[in-house]
Structure formats: structure tokens, C-alpha cells
Design a protein around this ligand. Structure first.
Ligand code: NDP
Length: 289
């Protein structure tokens, strides 16, 4: 049988790692990137740099897109529209569910097949067995290309036919990931103001994050049941506690905009008359917009 082929368009840190993973598995890899030089190391390893996006598409039945957002796809592929028919595009670029649906429609109307993906690992974990990616779009395309998708991350999580679903699941993860990491940076800045390094607090931060699962497991069924009883925590306590976090930062001369925004959430819950309820009550307030 002929060697498996794949095209990778977009060679940021993620696309480079993906192309490298395909080369590791013996795929024939074709590349295209706006900044051609980012392909250099991969070409040295045997990948082919296409002269145009159209040539890149035509080189494989399967093209993986790893771009900053979905708009970048149109800029790159509009001049190559004629080559989309009959091919499968796996778009692993981050964007909103609506943008993913519109992108899938555009590809489908041109006669192509579109799978949306949301990769849940950083570049160094691409190609490893435990890393995972959300997918959604035509089930048949997912099934057909599953082996190739599992080169990117060993685990794949197919969410359904709606091309927006993988994007949604990815965005939910990012809504947790980015603010959580910024919370850690905040703690690092305050620690630093006291001469304590990031490395010194790393084990405590790791333990803190590891313990989050217990809180999520505890609160999730209560939130779904509309139970915000203040039996284990009261928002009035949370407000006082966040106030201490804000002042610990400002006393150290550290910017407190982020903890102030969190304190604001607690304050709104208390001002709405729910100070004696759990801080999970904040979900209800957020739902009202
Ligand atoms: P980057 O934003 O660093 O790189 C993305 C690629 O998009 C580059 O090849 C860049 O080209 C290209 N690009 C951006 N805008 C345009 C445009 N207007 N026209 C043509 N090309 C464009 O992203 P990453 O590689 O870090 O990530 C790729 C995707 O994966 C993103 O959507 C990201 O959210 C997601 N992701 C990233 C993770 C990470 O840890 N890095 C983890 C999980 C998901 P050029 O080289 O010319 O600038």
C-alpha cells in the first residue's frame, strides 16, 4: 500500500509539532505556511513545502489546519477554493462555535468535508498517547481518518455531528484554563514581592490545582439540581476572603485587577441577597447575563 499522506497548513508551535509527529510515523507530509521559513526544519526531515496553498491541498486527501483562528483559513484557502472539493479539512484552529459552523458550511458548500477539532495539549505533548482532542462534524469523516487523527493526540473525543460542538468544548476548557493560569501568575507576582520564587510555590500550586477536581465533583450535581445551600461555604465568607486576597496583593505593591474582578463576582452575589448561599450561586447570576 502507498504511504499515508497528510498536508499541514499553519506552522505555529502546534502545526510544527503535528507535522513532526506525522514524519515520526512515516507519513508523506506536505506543508504550507504564510511564513515559509517555519517549514525549514521539517523540510530537512523530509517534508515537502508546497509553493501555494492549492498545491498543498492537492497533495493529500487530508489537510490539517492549525491557525490562530478561523478567519486565517479564508485568507489562505480562498485562492485555493477549487482544490477543496472531495477533500477533508480538519480545522484545529481555536474559535467560537459560530465561527466553526460557518467555516464548516463554507467548506461543505465547496464540496469538501470539514471536521472541527480542539486540541487539549501544548505542543510538547502532540503525538503522545494520553493527550486528547475534541472532534465534531461528519461521523463518517472522523471514522475514515481516525488513525491519522490519533497521530496528533493518541486520544480523540468525538462529540457529535454539529461542527460547533468541538469548538464549544474547547472554549469551555479555555474558559477554565486561562483564568486559572492567570490566578497562578497573580500568586507568583505576590510571592515574588516577598522574595519567594515561582519554583518555591509550584508544589503548592500543583496540589491546589489537583484538588480542584474534588470541588468540581462536589458542586456539579448540586448546581444541576439548583442547590446552592450554604452548608459548606457561604458567599459572605468568600467575599471577605477575596477581599483579603486583593489587599495582600495591593499591600505588596502588586496589581490587583484580576482578584478585584473575582471579588466583584462575590459582591454581586451578596448584593443580590445571597450572602448566606454557596458561591456556586454565582452561576445563576451569570446565566442572567
Ligand atoms: P500561532 O498563533 O502561534 O500560529 C498559528 C499559525 O497561524 C501560524 O502558522 C501563522 O502563520 C498562521 N496565521 C495566523 N494568522 C494568519 C493569517 N491571517 N494568514 C495566514 N496565516 C496566519 O498558534 P499555535 O501554533 O500556538 O496554535 C495553533 C492553534 O492551536 C491556535 O488556534 C491555538 O489556539 C490552538 N492551541 C494552541 C496550543 C498551544 O499551546 N500553543 C494548545 C492547544 C491549542 P505565520 O507563521 O506566518 O505567522
Amino acid at each position: 500500500p502507498s504511504t499515508a499522506t497528510v498536508t499541514v497548513i499553519g506552522l505555529g508551535p502546534m502545526g510544527q509539532a503535528m507535522a513532526a509527529a506525522y514524519l515520526d510515523r512515516g507519513y508523506r507530509v506536505t506543508l504550507w505556511n504564510r511564513t515559509a521559513s517555519r517549514a525549514d526544519a521539517l523540510v530537512e526531515r523530509g517534508a515537502t513545502l508546497a509553493a501555494t496553498p492549492e498545491q498543498a491541498l492537492r497533495a493529500s486527501d487530508l489537510t490539517v489546519l492549525s491557525l490562530t483562528d478561523f478567519d486565517a483559513m479564508y485568507g489562505i484557502l480562498e485562492p485555493a477554493e477549487a482544490a477543496i472539493a472531495g477533500r477533508t479539512l480538519v480545522n484545529l484552529s481555536s474559535d467560537t462555535p459560530e465561527k466553526a459552523r460557518a467555516g464548516a458550511r463554507w467548506v461543505t458548500e465547496l464540496g469538501g468535508t470539514h471536521l472541527t477539532g480542539g486540541v487539549l495539549c501544548p505542543p510538547p505533548l502532540i503525538g503522545t498517547p494520553d493527550a486528547s482532542t475534541f472532534y465534531s462534524g461528519p461521523r463518517a469523516a472522523y471514522d475514515t481518518h481516525r488513525a491519522a487523527l490519533e497521530v496528533i493526540t493518541g486520544k480523540t473525543d468525538y462529540r457529535g455531528e454539529d461542527p460547533g460542538l468541538a469548538a464549544l468544548m474547547y472554549q469551555l476548557n479555555m474558559a477554565i484554563f486561562w483564568p486559572s493560569m492567570i490566578a497562578y501568575w497573580q500568586a507568583v507576582a505576590v510571592a515574588g514581592a516577598h522574595g519567594i520564587t515561582a519554583a518555591e510555590i509550584a508544589p503548592y500550586a500543583t496540589e491546589n490545582f489537583a484538588g480542584m477536581g474534588h470541588f468540581i465533583d462536589f458542586y456539579a450535581p448540586r448546581i444541576d439540581a439548583g442547590n446552592h445551600a450554604g452548608d459548606v461555604d457561604r458567599t459572605a465568607m468568600g467575599l471577605a476572603s477575596m477581599d483579603h486576597v486583593v489587599h495582600t496583593a495591593t499591600d505588596a505593591g502588586v496589581n490587583a485587577a484580576f482578584p478585584e474582578a473575582v471579588r466583584d463576582v462575590f459582591r454581586r452575589v451578596v448584593e443580590a441577597g445571597h450572602g448566606a448561599d454557596s458561591f456556586s450561586r454565582a452561576v445563576e447570576l451569570m446565566r442572567k447575563g
